[in-house]
Design a protein around this ligand. Structure first.
Ligand SMILES: [Zn+2]
Length: 311
């Protein structure tokens, strides 16, 4: 699949592709869950189904992030593919030109696609699926980016927005969180909610992790302040994976998303986490990544409240 594929240019083919992705050939009424549905005919009702149980009508958009959008489905598919395949992301203005839609429309589509990229399955990371069935290893680290609203610029990182990320070294999956403050309470809450007790936690020497580390099967930490990036005693003890992911995130944010508003930071993080968790090094190619994103697009209930309005 590349951008010359008919599903990116032909509305009927695009619709069939999304229907197959969503329902696998067996349409389900999104209102009542019935399988007793009839495809309606005629030009004006293309893509429309009638539920024979609740008598409501629906299309493949109903109940998805595309529901209130007037953008043709082949353009949604193209946006999904480009977003999944472009390594560093893309600006809304560039996407607007490629799709032939307004900037505002491209911006709304982007944020809805980011919503679809958010990891809804919050099973704890690093459970008993590590190498040789043993405990997994999860790296945790913080990074700083942009500008925290209302904070005067000072030396250090206080005036920047704060992010905590977790990377499961076995699965390669990444989860990121925006923090208002970096302190023991905030970090403890996120790490305990997202990391399995059976996991081994890897961090730097920051004090937030000292007591927290005792809750896990193991806790390895390096001493960055002393120039130690991999433990001298155990080469498994490091946070180089999560730090490498920060480098990709920052390069992308610098190049494409110059002015990141804190209200949207979690969505940009979701986008980069998604691509990182589905990266080529883990055996995921562009086609598979697009399919995974599309599954998120049609599987995600419409809960998007911040970017209102139909576009
Ligand atoms: Zn129904």
């Amino acid at each position: 699949m590349n951008i010359t594929d008919p599903i990116f240019h032909d509305e009927a083919k695009a619709t069939a592709h999304i229907e197959a992705q969503r329902w696998g050939g067996e349409p389900v009424c999104p209102h009542c869950g019935s399988l007793h549905v009839t495809r309606m005919g005629g030009k004006t009702q293309a893509g429309m189904f009638l539920c024979n149980d609740c008598r409501d009508k629906f299309t493949v958009r109903t109940g998805t992030v595309m529901e209130r959008s007037h953008v043709p489905l082949h353009k949604w598919l193209l946006a999904t593919h480009i977003m999944a395949a472009s390594k560093k992301g893309m600006s809304a203005s560039q996407m607007a030109r490629m799709l032939g839609v307004t900037y505002k429309t491209a911006w709304f589509m982007f944020h809805r696609l980011r919503e679809a990229m958010r990891d809804g399955a919050l099973a704890p990371m690093g459970g008993l699926d590590g190498p040789a069935g043993g405990a997994g290893i999860v790296e945790a680290d913080e990074t700083f980016i942009g500008r925290e609203p209302g904070e005067p610029i000072t030396k250090g990182v206080n005036h920047k927005m704060k992010v905590l990320s977790l990377v499961d070294r076995s699965s390669g999956a990444k989860r990121s969180f925006v923090l208002d403050f970096i302190n023991v309470k905030a970090i403890t809450e996120i790490v305990t909610a997202n990391v399995s007790r059976e996991a081994i936690l890897m961090t730097d020497e920051a004090s937030y992790y000292v007591k927290l580390g005792t809750r896990f099967a193991g806790h390895g930490h390096t001493n960055h302040a002393a120039g130690e990036y991999v433990s001298r005693f155990n080469p498994l003890v490091h946070t180089n994976t999560v730090e490498g992911s920060f480098a990709i995130f920052k390069r992308g944010m610098r190049g494409v998303y110059q002015h990141c508003d804190k209200r949207h930071l979690h969505r940009y993080l979701a986008e980069f986490d998604f691509r990182y968790s589905n990266r080529v090094a883990l055996g995921v190619n562009d086609v598979a990544r697009t399919d995974t994103l599309l599954a998120g697009v049609v599987g995600k209930r419409l809960t998007y409240q911040t970017a209102r309005g139909a576009h």
